[in-house]
Design a protein around this ligand. Structure first.
Ligand SMILES: O=C(O)CCC(=O)C(=O)O
Length: 278
């Protein structure tokens, strides 16, 4: 029978885990703000920092560019970014095969392939001598077309699919799943991708801290990688973005460029090759 939700514990082999975590230890995740000068918060809202440091591979969807959101929000949302390290690419090739075998054809768009990866770091913020647990994600949908695949490392997380909240009632949990270390979850289709929202309610605290990641003032206890598909024509080099948007993401790119040759080149190109506004 075809599926639209898969959960496979121990999908990642311990050797692959070791290699992936060592690749991730070379990255310097950043803290993004939700809004920016040219994309200010809506009336009555303040700008805010995301609850966790993040890193993106394949293409970077900066929060202040409002994420990829078809049908209207498709241009100037996805900045071309670093490729997946080889071990991840190999795993993702296998996941794509699994999806093509198991999912209904109508739930897998033409040209679908997992070319985008959001790396979320879950844990506690360290402020002076206080630790503030921020290991959660509020209910939302992922708007990239087709199935989304998710790989987890570290402490297990309580992941929930929920029906949307209305004015009268809070959201109802339709299905929940603990996502374990080394597990793979894939979801797609009308119900899990289009209709329901999903959220991470909490991450266990069994003192299994993940060490050696460049998450400043932050104690990481879970790392989750979600793989998505953005049509390649909607992924653009930063120097082709409108100057105002380049200005908004400029500080983040500068920060990334301090530790990434790739983003150092992106920064150089955005200084020399940008098309001036008319
Ligand atoms: O951490 C997870 O398991 C899910 C993350 C998530 O919902 C997302 O990246 O959109």
């Amino acid at each position: 029978m075809s599926k639209s939700l898969i959960y496979l514990p121990q999908y990642i082999h311990p050797k692959e885990k070791q290699q992936i975590l060592s690749d991730l230890r070379r990255l310097y995740p950043i803290w993004e703000m939700r809004f920016s000068k040219n994309n200010p918060p809506p009336e009555g809202q303040n700008n805010r920092q995301l609850l966790r440091p993040v890193y993106w591979l394949g293409n970077w969807q900066f929060a202040c560019l409002n994420y990829y959101h078809p049908p209207k929000g498709i241009f100037h949302r996805c900045v071309q970014a670093e490729p997946f390290p080889p071990v991840l690419q190999k795993i993702i090739d296998k996941v794509e095969e699994l999806v093509r075998q198991e999912f209904l054809e109508r739930d897998v768009p033409r040209h679908w392939h997992l070319n985008t990866c959001l790396i979320n770091y879950y844990g506690s913020k360290i402020e002076g001598d206080k630790k503030i647990d921020v290991a959660r994600v509020g209910e939302h949908k992922d708007f990239e077309p087709g199935p989304v695949a998710s790989i987890s490392f570290g402490e297990r997380a309580l992941f929930q699919f929920v029906s949307s909240r209305s004015k009268e009632s809070t959201s109802q949990v339709v299905l929940q799943q603990w996502l374990d270390d080394c597990s793979l979850q894939v979801f797609g289709g009308e119900k899990f991708k289009k209709h329901l929202f999903h959220r991470v309610q909490r991450v266990e605290k069994k003192c299994d801290i993940l060490k050696g990641f460049h998450t400043e003032n932050f104690e990481t206890r879970r790392i989750n990688l979600t793989f998505r598909y953005v049509p390649t024509e909607h992924i653009q080099e930063l120097h082709k973005f409108p100057p105002a948007l380049q200005e908004d993401v400029g500080p983040y790119v500068q920060e990334l460029a301090q530790h990434s040759d790739y983003f150092a080149e992106v920064l150089a190109q955005s200084k020399t090759r940008s098309v001036p506004s008319i």
